[in-house]
Design a protein around this ligand. Structure first.
Ligand SMILES: *[C@@H]1O[C@H](CO)[C@@H](O)[C@H](O)[C@H]1NC(C)=O
Ligand SMILES: *[C@@H]1O[C@H](CO)[C@@H](O)[C@H](O)[C@H]1NC(C)=O
Ligand SMILES: *[C@@H]1O[C@H](CO)[C@@H](O)[C@H](O)[C@H]1NC(C)=O
Ligand SMILES: *[C@@H]1O[C@H](CO)[C@@H](O)[C@H](O)[C@H]1NC(C)=O
Ligand SMILES: *[C@@H]1O[C@H](CO)[C@@H](O)[C@H](O)[C@H]1NC(C)=O
Ligand SMILES: *[C@@H]1O[C@H](CO)[C@@H](O)[C@H](O)[C@H]1NC(C)=O
Ligand SMILES: *[C@@H]1O[C@H](CO)[C@@H](O)[C@H](O)[C@H]1NC(C)=O
Ligand SMILES: *[C@@H]1O[C@H](CO)[C@@H](O)[C@H](O)[C@H]1NC(C)=O
Ligand SMILES: [Cu+2]
Length: 580
């Protein structure tokens, strides 16, 4: 048997990386506190250890991260998702409830414990129904001793961007998915925030170059971001280092991260504004008096004033499609498995508006999907057992998987895949319609495509994404507008389920299972909790029924709505007008 040089080298490099690793432990007690980040309204927010904004998680590549979470909310369940982390071999630590765990019950605890082997800018947030915009979201930074750009900057600064609601998510969701909101208009935020405040000042020293690690941890609004009279050089997107690319304005969707280098002026003559401006195209109706902008300042001299930002005539952001990863990972040019997802918004028989992939809106299964995998034996490769409303796809191990997403909706949607960064191999302009493989056959795809974990699809346009199924796990693919997660724009990738069983069978920790027990949630069987006949889904969770055949959704909605209005009178119409 021949032993190649690379076989000899691999264990040595593993040893070296092991030598650096430390265990970093956080103890988080999650509970309600009060905050008023935009100066307009004090409201309950979800804090950690009595504080809000919540702490930044910071580790070094190779570290073991342990987060002990105690849920002291009293009246809501919770969970934590570590957005962008691959969690190789630790799929059970990914966080979405009813997917890889049961939600952490009030009064209960759960430990997240995994190794982080990737550098970059990430964030963590609750992954139970619509909860994180109530405040349970913060940055997660993985430092890198081998940062390829380390000679290009002197210091780094983390800044977060977010939209902000005065209402509580539970109330807003009840109004959003409701017969009183047949058009599915999303609640519009009241403010934009930087670092969970406004008017942030960032001290700058002349001549230095700063790496700004920027995170959009908002619920809904993308933000245009620019630094007046300073150029940005993009060096990282979603944990993937890129060849430096100049940009004067970027467009940061919900859940995206961008690291940019900003070189300070040599003089301290004046201070400069930087601005985050929420993309109003996302709002069905822009409420009067809304300020979509949040301003901060690069402060060179504290004695000088902080000038108001100049108006920007039009938004012309940098296009991330052309970014080239530093590692120059080549295009996956041979596809093994193509998945087509057609996105649509429509009403169901309850009159509310839902989001669909291929005509199916996501509904949580009764058993967390990972636990179905682990209890199904050989039948884990049969997609049927995961239910009728989970948009599930079973992927074989180590294949090149392609997702073609057709946006049959006039809205913009940022799509996120758990457990991977994908290659973005095609992105159409607005209104291009469905992707057509035949007419696109002559298209030259980027030889070293941009990779990231969250990407925007334009209105009525399409995107084509590719990744290798080398990370066994149950990984969600979903729109990262929190409203659309709630209305069902979610698919489930069941990646290499038999390999996943080998990794995790018998290894789900007792505290995870205990939270299921406390909530009476089964941890074995198919999506319906059936352990005898896995193909029998009787009793599973399903969405409301479709509208009767022959009825136009709009007609039904108008009819139902006028009936409601007739019963309750003009009050309802006024109230509805206020809601949108
Ligand atoms: C930021 O400054 C503006 C303009 O002075 C002010 O209206 C706003 O209330 C300030 N925001 C906060 C959170 O203090
Ligand atoms: C839970 O308690 C908070 C703080 O008192 C409250 O604002 C919120 O509405 C409650 N949530 C639910 C679902 O009752
Ligand atoms: C975390 O996981 C590691 C590796 O599996 C294990 O050795 C360690 O005991 C765990 N720590 C905690 C606090 O659970
Ligand atoms: C913004 O918030 C982050 C995360 O909490 C913190 O690390 C950083 O220092 C803050 N930036 C500034 C300029 O205050
Ligand atoms: C600042 O001064 C240095 C050294 O003289 C020079 O190399 C650099 O280009 C100047 N930077 C700017 C932004 O003018
Ligand atoms: C927000 O910024 C944009 C771009 O500069 C500007 O056109 C708009 O007037 C600003 N809005 C407010 C309320 O300041
Ligand atoms: C972990 O999973 C990611 C995502 O699939 C993959 O790119 C990476 O190679 C995996 N790493 C290891 C050590 O297996
Ligand atoms: C698993 O699938 C096989 C073959 O289809 C079937 O005979 C068996 O009953 C299934 N097992 C369960 C527990 O459903
Ligand atoms: Cu969406």
């Amino acid at each position: 048997m021949a032993i190649s040089l690379s076989n000899l080298l691999l264990p040595i490099s593993l040893l070296l990386s092991l030598a650096h690793c430390a265990t970093v432990t956080y103890n988080f007690e999650v509970a309600w506190v009060y905050a008023n980040p935009d100066g307009l309204q004090t409201r309950p927010v979800i804090g950690i250890n009595g504080q809000w904004p919540i702490p930044t998680i910071r580790v070094t590549k190779g570290d073991q991260l342990v987060v002990n979470v105690k849920n002291s909310l009293g009246n809501e369940t919770t969970s934590l998702h570590f957005h962008g982390l691959y969690l190789n071999g630790s799929n059970h630590m990914d966080g979405p409830d009813q997917v890889t765990q049961c939600a952490i019950q009030p009064g209960s605890s759960m430990t997240y414990n995994f190794t982080i082997d990737q550098p970059g800018t990430y964030w963590y947030h609750s992954h139970v129904r619509g909860q994180y915009p109530d405040g349970l979201r913060g940055p997660l930074i993985v430092d890198d001793p081998d940062d390829p750009h380390k000679d290009l900057y002197d210091e780094e600064i983390v800044i977060t961007f977010s939209d902000w609601y005065h209402g509580m998510m539970n109330d807003l969701l009840a109004g959003f998915i409701s017969i009183a909101n047949p058009s599915g208009a999303e609640p519009v935020p009241q403010s934009a925030l930087v670092n969970d405040t406004q008017n942030l000042t960032v001290k700058i020293q002349p001549g230095k170059t700063y790496k700004f690690r920027m995170v959009n941890m908002g619920a809904f609004a993308a933000q245009y971001v620019w630094f007046e009279d300073h150029t940005m050089r993009v060096v990282e997107v979603d944990g993937v280092y890129t060849k430096p690319a100049e940009a004067s304005m970027i467009y940061m969707t919900a859940a995206q991260r961008w690291s940019v280098l900003v070189t300070a002026k040599n003089s301290t003559d004046r201070n400069f504004a930087f601005v985050g401006s929420m993309d109003k195209d996302l709002f069905d109706q822009v409420p009067e008096g809304l300020n979509p902008n949040v301003t901060g300042w690069l402060v060179y001299d504290e004695a000088k004033d902080k000038p108001a930002p100049r108006d920007v005539e039009s938004f012309e952001p940098f296009d991330d499609f052309g970014l080239v990863p530093v590692d120059k990972e080549e295009l996956y040019d041979h596809v093994d498995h193509t998945i087509q997802l057609d996105l649509k918004m429509d009403n169901l028989a309850d009159g509310a508006n839902y989001a669909f992939f291929n005509g199916i809106t996501y509904v949580h299964p009764k058993v967390p999907t990972l636990y179905t995998v682990l209890s199904a034996g050989d039948n884990a490769t049969n997609p049927v057992i995961y239910g009728s409303n989970t948009n599930q796809f079973v992927l074989a191990h180590n294949q090149v998987v392609e997702i073609i997403l057709n946006n049959d909706d006039p809205g913009k949607h940022p799509f996120h895949l758990h457990g991977h960064a994908f290659q973005v191999v095609h992105r159409s302009e607005e209104s291009a319609g469905f992707y057509n493989a035949e007419t696109s056959a002559s298209e030259v795809l980027p030889p070293t495509p941009m990779r990231r974990d969250t990407v925007l699809v334009h209105p009525n346009g399409n995107i084509v994404l590719r990744f290798r199924s080398d990370n066994p796990g149950v990984w969600l693919f979903h729109c990262h507008l929190e409203w659309h997660v709630a209305s069902g724009l979610v698919a489930t990738m069941i990646e290499a389920p038999l390999d996943l069983q080998k990794q995790l069978r018998g290894k789900v920790p007792p505290d995870h299972l205990q939270n299921c027990k406390a909530a009476n949630i089964a941890t074995e069987g198919n999506a319906a909790g059936n352990t005898i006949d896995l193909a029998d889904l009787k009793g599973e969770n399903t969405s409301p029924k479709a509208l009767p055949a022959g009825f136009e959704a709009r007609g039904i909605v108008a009819l139902v709505f006028s009936v409601v209005a007739a019963f309750v009178g003009m009050g309802v119409i006024v109230w509805y007008g206020m809601l949108v």
